[in-house]
Design a protein around this ligand. Structure first.
Ligand code: ADP
Ligand code: MG
Length: 701
């Protein structure tokens, strides 16, 4: 049969429409998705253990002759099927457990009875244990062979272990991937191994795909992973290089002079002095901006270190010189907050500011006016969300883009912003530091400014792990002092209706019980921006004592009178997120508290939360988080906007990323449109469905 990579997975032998629907839950929709659905790990069945050598309660592969087999009802609900196996060294019982119903006449052991015929041979993978004074192995998988010398299909080798979903067993998955790899792996484009210029010591892609599923050794599997990763990273780097090139090939045309037309009145209006770190950062930024090359700078500073006013200083320098500047935040509520803060700080100055979020752009009349004012240059400062990066937003002379909470944006979103072409100076701000080497390989040559200290007179937040009841007692105590309290509920996915409902319900219960004598409000991501803003404003005006919220308040919100944050189900968050959440309090001059509530049993989660009680240093926390959890959370956001890497690991594979970055630059230099025959496979891959959105950004294909 003739197959294409883009064919529906239901056409793979054995799959069919019903199983295809189950596979879709694992994001497997096409033949390509299936062949690149690589195993999570491998079960080592290369070694068969002599039965007499089995002592520990562990997993083993054994091989022996079937002596006899029988079933046994141990209770009303549980039946056993037992086969006694001998390999000459000793005997052992191989056991299958099955739940049964006393009313069912169906013989659940029919297939075992048929397979386990005395005299035949069997390979078994399972767990050894002593039960009822019997040496037994609980069977996870088996394979019968007629003769002792027959070669088994699923033993004496590494067996892939796949992620599963309901309706799909390991055996199903193995059948499907085997069929898919057999019929279609050879179709997968190989972008570089045929290219004489970039011959690597790695495997050709087709072989890598086969070895990733069915490796001949763990070493080969790792080599295969790296080979496939190399191609994935090469595509990423080609896209990033093209995006960057659109920005940097142009000579910098912006020129700035520090006239202080806006900077001086802004500074005079501030109610505080800049800290040393802020001053240093501003100097570094100004010297980049007034220098000959485009700025590509990352400003790192812990939560509450005062990055916003640093950004605003840079923005004012751009405005003083007649340019436009934009600041982009990851959520509407944070964008709105910036908008209000700026408005406040720039009162009386002749500066036009505009908020650009998807909800601002919803009505046509307003949208036309906003977009028109930006395009004609009437608007000086654009504050917004991802919406700012959309194609329809056209600037007259944008010269500076600030990306706030940059860890919440992916590399591709940044690439999209860079590709706006007219943008030259980029300032990224983050409270979640990224290892420098990694940042360089992902973002190109970047400079880094660090704000080390917090503004003076901040009292360090005290953090505790308490029970829910204890947390509420503390909350009531704070409220009695006239302070305000946040209660945060985790919503892993803001669109998950059942989770949202339970958060809302919990908050309602609290309002009727613990806080029945207090004023409590609820805030969640599904509310309209106007509703959210309204509630935040009223909370700020002290109309409520308690604000129960989903994680929409994660970043940036500034309410100095809130002195306590209670984080429910704290174990479900990464430490970086917990630290961000904690930063919502401690913004005034009063002692503030963060209370972590968790019912999780595991030692690991207790240890993780304990780190939070020990330190307020975001950089230390990020380090510990990386150590304990691996790069999961942060690679996720870094990759955001880019198709998921099937084999690549952006933390482990820094060397490969660095290598592909160099190749990518070389390729783009020699063949900017990817038209040479040697680059045709790259072009084919980049123009495929998966990268379609991105290739539009950089106009490839
Ligand atoms: P982040 O770095 O987390 O974005 P913000 O910029 O939101 O922090 O600043 C946190 C709070 O500290 C704001 O209320 C801001 O006005 C205030 N702030 C910033 N710089 C100073 C300073 N030098 N002295 C006193 N307060 C400051
Ligand atoms: Mg901030």
């Amino acid at each position: 049969m003739c197959m294409n990579l883009s064919d529906d997975v239901k056409f793979i032998k054995g799959v069919g429409p019903k199983r295809a629907a189950a596979l879709a839950k694992l994001n497997i929709r096409t033949v390509e998705d299936l062949i690149t659905f690589f195993p999570r790990t491998y079960q080592d069945r290369t070694k068969v253990t002599k039965i007499s050598d089995i002592v520990f309660n562990n997993q083993y592969c054994i091989f022996g002759k079937i002596k006899n087999a029988y079933s046994n009802n141990v209770s009303k609900n549980i039946s056993l099927f037992i086969a006694d196996i001998s390999d000459g060294s000793r005997d052992i019982s191989a056991v299958f457990y099955r739940k049964t119903s006393p009313y069912s006449k169906y013989d659940i052991f029919a297939s075992m009875r048929q397979n386990f015929q005395p005299g035949k041979y069997v390979y078994i993978y399972g767990t050894f244990e002593y039960k009822f004074a019997r040496r037994q192995i609980t069977v996870e998988d088996y394979e019968i062979v007629e003769n002792a010398t027959d070669i088994p299909k699923t033993f004496n080798k590494l067996v892939p272990v796949y992620d599963l979903t309901s309706g799909i067993s390991q055996k199903n998955m193995l059948t499907y991937t085997t069929a898919a790899v057999d019929t279609a792996a050879h179709l997968y484009p190989d972008a570089i191994s045929d290219n004489p210029k970039y011959k690597t010591r790695l495997m050709p892609i087709v072989r890598a795909i086969k070895q990733l599923h069915f490796p001949s050794s763990l070493e080969e599997a790792e080599l295969a992973r790296k080979s496939f990763a190399l191609q994935e990273f090469l595509l990423m780097q080609i896209i990033l290089t093209k995006a960057r090139q659109k920005n940097t090939v142009k000579q910098k045309t912006n020129s700035y002079k520090v006239t202080r037309e806006f900077l001086t009145p802004f500074k005079n209006k501030l109610k505080f002095e800049f800290t040393k770190g802020q001053k240093k950062a501003i100097n570094e930024i100004f010297s980049d901006m007034t220098g000959p090359k485009g700025m590509n700078r990352m400003l790192m500073g812990d939560v509450g270190s005062g990055k916003t006013v640093v950004a605003l200083s840079a923005i004012l320098l751009a405005i003083e010189n007649g340019y436009q500047a934009a600041i982009v935040a990851p959520t509407e509520i944070l964008a709105e907050q910036h908008y209000l803060t700026f408005k406040n700080m720039l009162e009386g100055l002749n500066i036009k500011m505009e908020l650009v979020t998807s909800s601002c752009l919803r009505t046509k009349k307003k949208r036309d006016e906003i977009l028109n004012d930006i395009e004609t240059g009437k608007t000086n400062i654009i504050v917004g969300t991802h919406s700012v990066m959309e194609e329809r937003v056209k600037f007259k002379n944008l010269s500076l883009a600030v990306i706030d909470e940059q860890h919440r944006f992916g590399v591709m979103q940044k690439a999209a912003l860079l590709a706006k072409g007219s943008v030259i100076d980029i300032l990224m701000m983050t409270a979640t530091p990224i290892p420098r080497g990694l940042a360089m390989t992902m973002y190109g040559e970047i400079s880094i400014s660090v704000i080390k200290e917090l503004p003076p007179n901040r009292i360090p937040i005290k953090t505790f792990c308490f029970s829910e009841q204890q947390a509420y007692t503390e909350a009531l105590e704070e409220i009695s002092k006239g302070n305000q309290v946040f209660i945060v509920y985790p919503l892993i996915d803001e669109s998950d209706k059942t989770e949202l409902k339970s958060a809302v319900k919990e908050a309602e219960t609290l309002a009727a019980t613990v806080f029945k004598n207090n004023r409590i409000a609820l805030l969640h991501g599904k509310m309209s921006p106007k509703e959210k803003n309204d509630i935040m404003q009223r909370f700020k005006n002290k109309e409520f004592d308690v604000l129960a919220a989903t994680t929409v308040i994660e970043v940036g919100i500034d309410i100095p009178n809130a002195t306590m944050i209670i984080i429910q189900h704290a174990d479900r968050y990464g430490l970086a997120t917990l630290h961000q959440l904690r930063g919502r309090v401690g913004r005034g001059s009063k002692q503030s508290y963060c209370i972590l509530v968790s019912n999780a049993k595991g030692q690991n989660s207790a240890q993780r939360l304990a780190i939070m009680t020990r330190t307020n240093d975001g950089f230390k926390i990020a380090e510990e988080d990386l150590k304990m959890r691996g790069p999961g959370e942060f690679t996720g956001t870094m990759q955001h906007g880019f198709p998921e890497f099937k084999a690549g690991d952006i933390v482990k594979d820094v060397e490969i990323i660095e290598y592909t970055k160099n190749i990518a630059q070389d390729i783009i230099k020699n063949d900017p449109t990817l038209s040479l025959p040697e680059n045709s496979k790259i072009k084919q891959l980049i123009s495929s469905n998966k990268y379609c959105e991105l290739s539009k950004i950089i106009q490839v294909g």
